[in-house]
Design a protein around this ligand. Structure first.
Ligand code: FA5
Length: 349
């Protein structure tokens, strides 16, 4: 009987093909059992089988289908297992290998000092102004100089060599313009103005160990009734104590700024000062300028100097950081050498 032989031959050939290691099982399934597959093709011959034999041929056909289906299933499972084992083998983890180190970043040392300064002043009830609208780095000549009592040809402009963008627009040389910007917005019915403004400033200074053409300042200002030089001195001493403790000596000396009268500068000793030291051997570094705000400045900001008085200061956090950490060259802060910067990890890890 031709059809039974054909079916048996198909079964044998199917077994062989399925057992082939490179067999593509899904392709084979379609080829063997699909609607247009080999088995369906053969079973089309059923119509020519004599009626009394159909049952038997049908059973052989079913057996062939079941055998092929079962074999395909087994082979598919075997192939999947093989792939899985291969993958597991390839991805085997050696738990004895040393782990890879992930370096955790940290704020730049200058940002850390600025954060410390901010925390101190927040504790004294100051507000911190550091957004780009109220404390812009690209400033007008008017706010950077004129409103600070430095009209166009004032000789004291030479104290701050300036990067001009246009004759009226410049990179701010100091954070002092934030004084006027804050005063304009302040509502005195809510109490005195007490603000600090940390930020970047720019000067055409020649870079050396203590000067950078771009550095930081923290401006501070208090405006209210009966603000005195004693308030200024107390405020400055409190921040210096906070940052330097008893280790460094601090001295205040008279100075000159067009926007303050009287004006002072504060120096800090580079090293610890011991009682047996000759005062001439102490080395000082200037860290801030300050003073009682000039009445002209208050007047230009619409404040009546007969009613209100004010003090202001401008600290140099770069130099604070130099002193605090014994860094003898300010340029180190700007070289972005991770070996240098990673030493200042405030979490201590
Ligand atoms: C001023 O800029 C004044 N605006 C400060 C001030 C504000 C006085 C309010 C009175 C009232 P001065 O140019 O001295 O002042 O700079 C202040 C501080 O900035 C200095 O004490 C120093 O710590 C720092 N500084 C100045 N120039 C540089 C520089 N090139 N590199 C690094 N730090 C600098």
């Amino acid at each position: 009987m031709g059809l039974i032989e054909d079916l048996t031959a198909l079964k044998n050939s199917a077994v062989e093909r399925i057992n082939d290691n490179n067999a593509d099982i899904e392709q084979l399934r379609i080829k063997l059992l699909g609607k247009k597959g080999e088995l369906t093709g053969l079973l089309k011959g059923m119509k020519d089988v004599a009626a009394e034999n159909r049952k038997m041929v049908g059973e052989v056909g079913n057996d062939v289908r079941q055998t092929i289906t079962e074999l395909l299933k087994q082979k598919k499972r075997a192939q999947e297992e093989y792939e899985l084992n291969k993958q597991l083998q390839a991805e085997k983890i050696d738990v004895t290998l040393p782990g890879s180190v992930h370096h955790v970043g940290q704020p730049h040392v200058l940002q850390q000092i600025i954060d410390e300064i901010e925390q101190h002043f927040l504790g004294l009830g100051f507000e911190v102004i550091d957004d780009i609208v109220d404390s812009p780095e690209v400033e007008t000549d008017e706010y950077n100089f004129e409103r600070e009592n430095l009209p166009k040809d004032h000789p004291a402009r030479d104290m701050q060599d300036t990067f001009y963008i246009t004759p009226e627009i410049l990179l701010r040389t100091q954070t002092s313009p934030v004084q006027s910007r804050s005063l304009e917005k302040h509502d005195f019915s809510k109490g005195p103005l007490k603000m600090i403004a940390p930020g970047k400033v720019y000067r055409r200074d020649t870079d050396d160990a203590t000067h950078s053409h771009q550095f930081h300042q923290v401006e501070g200002m208090v405006v209210g009734e009966n603000i005195t030089m004693a308030d200024l001195k107390g405020t400055l001493l409190s921040i210096m104590q906070e940052l330097f403790g008893e280790k460094h000596q601090i001295r205040m000396r008279p100075s000159y700024f067009p926007f303050t009268e009287p004006s002072v500068e504060v120096d800090v000793s580079w090293n610890e000062v011991t009682p047996d030291m000759n005062p001439e051997d102490i080395e000082w570094i200037e860290v801030l300028g300050a003073g009682m705000t000039h009445p002209n400045v208050l007047r230009m900001d619409g404040i009546d100097p007969d009613k209100y008085s004010a003090f202001a200061f401008g600290l140099g956090p770069d130099r604070f950081a130099m002193l605090k950490y014994g860094v003898d060259d300010i340029r180190q802060f700007y070289l972005n050498d991770v070996r240098f910067l990673s030493q200042f990890n405030r979490k201590g890890n």
